[in-house]
Design a protein around this ligand. Sequence first.
Ligand SMILES: [Fe+2]
Length: 325
Amino acid sequence: MEHAPTIDLSPAFGGSISDREEVAMQIDSACRSTGFFVAIGHGVEKTLLENVMSASREFFHLPIAEKIKVAPPGPNHFRGYLGLDTTALASTLEIETPPDLCESFNVSRFDDPLTRSKVQQPGAEAVFCENMWPEKPNNLRKAYEAYFAQMENLCSKILELMTIALELPENWFDDKFEEPTSLLMANWYPPVAGEVPSGQLRRGEHTDYGAFTIVAPEQIPGLQISVDNKWVDVGLVENGYVINIGDLLARWTNDRWTSTLHRVVLPDESHYRERDRISIPFFFQPTYTAEIETIPTTLEENNKSSYDPVVSGEWITAKSMSMLE
Ligand SMILES: [Fe+2]
């Protein structure tokens, strides 16, 4: 069995109803299994990703004194640069590990003060805070904004296919994703020479929190998923975006779909360890106030759900705060 099957999305875009249903079925089957698949035929312009990659690499290669100019100014400000030794994703599962060998930078879509003032919620400063744009490189902001828009577009197309897969009315998700609280993040894994402390990874084991995550294609190994309590490599697919279901969508679908534990390890091969690696995940997340109540078509026969309703933003925020050390 393939643990992260490759799915060609192109027949679903502009194809017939049966083409869309066929792709939706493949997505359903992958989501019921590990919740991981690799999308090709996604239509994302390669140059947009290349621009984000090169601007990110240029940023992470700056001296730390420059990077911390865009570090979060306070505990309720989860935007901008997080340096080495600040995060351990395994702590979201209450597992004690050395800090992840990773620096990161993230932005949300709530950049414009007017938009922010319309959507922000009391007590949710960490979600609706302003972005921290660095001065250098000066093309980073433009590259991120263009790529963010492209990711939002791809997410709505995938959500349409998921709506078909879940046998829901066409617009069922619309009001739940009216003002998505999605995040675009760049993770930078610096080159590693020599040994690292036992248990130290590039990204510790965790599940993602939101609806689903789209990770840009990379040609460096390291991503592993947990299948029957064994770590399995996710294969590299040229121009293939890795897509995985997050906890919220698993909960929403009453566990019909799976949010699988994953991690990023240091590859054994020295030529991979000794060069840096950048990964660009896009976390697709519902409107802050969206009520996440079991999707009716995924209820069990007795109409019972394993989960009580939760408010999307409150639930995701509680989980994401636990990663900060
Ligand atoms: Fe993840």
